[in-house]
Ligand binder design. Structure first.
Ligand SMILES: O=C(O)CCC(=O)C(=O)O
Length: 200
């Protein structure tokens, strides 16, 4: 569902009526990138991961996360090498790279996040060391909101990111727009892959 300011139309309706652009430049979305069976087997593997509550600028958020490849320390503002990306995530990395039109080897950071019912993520832009951000939703959908400042007002757009869908933040959608997810209704997982703007 697209909600551009007070718009009430779905993205498909907007495209049917040819009234765009519906979403920020550089944002790309695709539903149904995997079967429910493939989603289930990923979720089974994720259940065994040692997810921990995220520490963000001195406070502990309710999301539970784990980073692979590289970890960004929000307290120190630094990157450090961490455990390699587990083999079960490599086929998903290939698929993600294909969606983004880049090499899988360049997606050197993976972040697995669990949002329990009632948990979301506030307005932010990902750290500037990272380039593209590509996110896969599992188990349930979320309302993926985007906004950017236009003078004294906010330009807004949003989409429902369904379970088994993928989105890409690149270009203005990555550098000019912030994004956030309001409290989800039921548990959701996201797997976000990132490359680097410059080699770390
Ligand atoms: O869960 C998502 O899809 C978004 C995650 C996110 O914005 C982040 O980790 O910075």
């Amino acid at each position: 569902m697209i909600d551009r300011d007070n718009g009430r139309m779905t993205s498909n309706q907007l495209r049917l009526f040819g009234s765009g652009p519906a979403l920020p430049d550089g944002f790309k979305y695709q539903p149904d990138i995997m079967t429910p069976a493939a989603e289930q087997s990923l979720l089974q593997r994720i259940e065994d991961l040692p997810l921990r509550e995220v520490e963000f600028h001195g406070y502990v958020a309710k999301r539970r996360v784990i980073s692979y490849g590289w970890q960004y320390d929000f307290t120190k503002g630094t990157l450090r090498k961490t455990e390699d990306i587990p083999p079960f995530l490599l086929p998903l990395r290939e698929l993600t790279a294909g969606f983004a039109g880049i090499s899988a080897d360049d997606l050197q950071q993976v972040f697995v996040t669990e949002y329990d019912a009632g948990v979301g993520i506030g307005w932010h832009r990902d750290k500037a060391v990272f380039g593209d951000v590509i996110g896969i939703s599992l188990l349930s959908s979320c309302h993926f909101r985007m906004r950017r400042k236009l003078g004294t007002a906010w330009e807004r757009a949003s989409i429902t990111a369904d379970a088994r869908s993928i989105y890409l933040l690149r270009g203005p959608s990555r550098t000019e727009w912030e994004h956030s997810i309001p409290a989800v209704e039921s548990r959701r997982y996201s797997i976000t892959f990132r490359n680097f703007r410059e080699a770390p």
